[in-house]
Design a protein around this ligand. Structure first.
Ligand code: ZN
Length: 432
């Protein structure tokens, strides 16, 4: 039966323009929005559930996060490579059995509680716990792109020159990924998809990356990896791949770049690298909270936009301290404004709440190739939305226009305002 909901609505339209309807009707039918329109003169049709105190926004898309790392959030200190060794690899090694199941449940519940309806998620090297995570992901009702981490030379003992025993035969790593892809890519009415997940260049041989790229392309699956996050990492990649022209070229040579490829960070890129990323249709996933936390740097968003790169937003938990994409949107605006004040980039950033919101909604939806209209609340779009209590962050009554409503949401909003989360018309968290 259709759900007819009377609520305020804040969204982008399909051309990216902000829309704010203080009094609106959403009709949810068959997993989609059959109607999304303002109500004229306060007149609502019969059979409507009155939630006028709420604000509906499109479900947020977290295009980069790591499930097994969740308990390490806020483990302070250190840049990327030492932080991985000290805080992360020991945790990923523990990601087995019932512990992996419990952590997966917690992680997906928290994603939904933060207003996130779709996410691209890294697991660990273990195929069994990847299977467990997919089972729990199916139960969660969320839209998830996930993959077993592939690393046939960066070992969980923290030695990037050594091979992880589990991954010592690249063929085993690939076969396990293929089997998981076979089982889960397109499962749960297409809500679950598989991503071949070579951790990053330092963790992989060229052979493994090449094979992963070829299999992903053959199966129409995603690829997710990290690109140019930290200065020491970039230098190490240069040493490890002397024949490649650049970090991005390592992935280009391996055939990993394409429209279903998600590249986290992209901070220390040259213009040529940005052009290669853009030309391939790959998405750069901007992770501002993580980039500040690990002292990685500030992503040159204007250069990425000028090069025509697709862009999305990620929490990068656990380097990002929370799953809260409201925080990530806000930090993105702040970091870009500081970069502008310090003259860091050739083209000064024009950071706005609207741009940050677009990254977290329509940008993410495109990166994850979600159904048409996803990331907006428009007729025909999938019914992926969040009901907020705007009183949790807005003390001053109805906003005068859409820009003001968006600015209040981005600068003052947080997961504390989330009351209910819907994916494909089904309530996956909270109360209506
Ligand atoms: Zn990451």
């Amino acid at each position: 039966m259709a759900l007819r909901l009377r609520t305020a609505v804040l969204t982008l339209d399909r051309r990216g323009r902000p829309v704010h309807w203080p009094d609106a009707l959403l009709v949810v039918d068959g997993g989609r929005l059959a109607e999304a329109r303002p109500l004229a003169r306060g007149r609502a049709p019969r059979g409507v559930l009155d939630r006028r105190g709420r604000l509906a926004i499109p479900g947020l898309v977290d295009a980069h996060c790591h499930l097994p790392q969740y308990p390490a959030v806020a483990a302070d200190g250190g840049e990327l490579l030492p932080w991985l060794k000290k805080n992360i690899f020991p945790l990923e090694r523990r990601f087995r059995g019932e512990y992996a199941r419990d952590l997966s449940r917690l992680f997906f519940t928290d994603l939904a509680a933060h207003g996130t309806t779709a996410a691209a998620v890294y697991l660990s090297v273990y195929a069994e716990s990847a299977q467990t995570a997919f089972e729990e992901g199916e139960r969660s009702g969320l839209r998830l792109v996930m993959g077993k981490v592939m690393m046939d030379r960066g070992s969980y003992d923290g030695d990037f020159a050594r091979t992880h025993p589990r991954e010592s035969r690249p063929h085993a790593s690939l076969r396990e990924s293929d089997q998981l892809c076979e089982r889960w890519h397109g499962a749960a009415d297409g809500r679950l998809r598989y991503a071949y997940t070579p951790r990053f260049a330092l963790s992989c041989t060229e052979g493994l990356m090449r094979a992963a790229g070829a299999e992903a392309a053959r199966r129409g699956a995603f690829v997710q990896t990290h690109l140019s996050e930290n200065g020491a990492e970039v230098a190490a990649v240069r040493r490890a791949f002397p024949r490649a022209k650049s970090y991005a070229d390592v992935y280009a040579r391996a055939g990993l770049l394409g429209p279903r490829t998600l590249l986290a960070h992209g901070i220390w890129l040259s213009d040529a690298e940005r052009r290669a990323v853009s030309g391939s249709g790959s998405t750069l996933v901007h992770c501002p909270t993580s980039n500040a936390f690990l002292e990685s740097g500030v992503m040159d968003l204007p250069a990425a936009r000028l090069a025509g790169c697709r862009l999305a937003l990620g929490s990068d938990v656990a380097a990002g301290p929370s799953l809260d994409l409201f925080e990530a949107m806000r930090q993105s605006v702040f970091a870009q404004r500081l970069a502008k004040a310090h003259g860091l980039f050739k083209t000064p950033p024009q950071a706005t709440p609207l741009k940050a919101f677009a990254l977290a909604t329509s940008g993410g939806a495109r990166a994850l190739d979600l159904p048409a209209g996803a990331g907006t609340l428009t007729a025909g779009a999938p019914a992926d939305f969040v009901l907020l209590d705007p009183a949790a962050y807005d003390r001053f009554g109805p906003a005068a226009d859409a820009e003001t409503a968006l600015a209040r949401l981005v600068y003052r909003g947080s997961a504390a305002a989330v009351r209910a989360t819907f994916v494909a018309g089904r309530r996956v968290w909270g109360r209506l």
